[in-house]
Design a protein around this ligand. Sequence first.
Ligand SMILES: [Zn+2]
Length: 338
Amino acid sequence: MSFSSEHQAAMKQQGRKGRCLHFENGVRCNKIILAHSIQKQGQLSLIAESGHVYRLSADLSALKTSGGKPQLRKVGLNRASTFPGMCGQHDNELFSPIDNSPLTGSREQVALYAYRSICREFFVKENASITLNKMVGSPGLDWSQQQLLRSAAWGQTVGFQRLKRHKGIYDECLAAKDFSGFKFVIFESGSKFSFQTSGLIFPDYDFLGRQLQDLGPQTKELDLLTFFTAPTIEGWAFVFAWHESSAKSCSWFIQSLAELVRTGAKAEDALLRFGLVCCENHAIRISWWDGLSSALKKQAMDAMVLMADPTVGVEPDYLVSGCEGLADWSFDGVRDVT
Ligand SMILES: [Zn+2]
């Protein structure tokens, strides 16, 4: 088995190890389920066609068949965006206000969407950190492979620790049912929608290419921004959300989007670009994608894989432009709760 396929296999194995990431996890969490990080009923079913959506595939078999490039793959709703990161009882109890009702814009609902993004990323990052640290000691590695693994393992561990701090903040607020510290901006739309996402970033550059935070390993504490799409009574919404402890970078980030829009750019383009670049957890409407020109498909695919190679750093202006004309939906209003 080659080095990279061994890594893929180890990641897959680790990814199947379910555990409950609910803030009150304990001995009663014995029935781990495949939790949807993008809601099945409210979100995925809105864009599904014949029960399927497109997802970005980065697994090795798909990479081989596409000549080494990630591609979109049809995935059934039951499997799209799931992870074994919560027990059934906790998942049902905690997320009931968002799984059974459209987003009305309450702080509790927003906090729950954000928490779900954090739990998924926590699960993925912890798995990567465990797998890479295990592999560092495997026999048969040459010196350069060992160095590569050591540095990747260290990077994942730093990333995981950073995220763990934020999960702790959210855990405390949710356990106390104190949602007062959550801030958010909701972009509302009544148009047909073809793209769903749920994720988070440590914002590094804003929509005008100005640096917000230095993501280098020397920075101990980073501000965290979560984002997600959600069903609303009138249609759907794209939401940015953060806890007030991350307000410095996040407020600035949102401000820069307003500045970009004042220069004549469209918020629809900017948010789709952001969603494609900053997160690999998407679901895409099949007929929308199939109907795009090959030039637009290439732009979107380039955006989706921009962050995939950690050895290639992003340019400061990566959110300033790109993917214009892809979004065929429009926002009707913006609600700012900051
Ligand atoms: Zn549980």
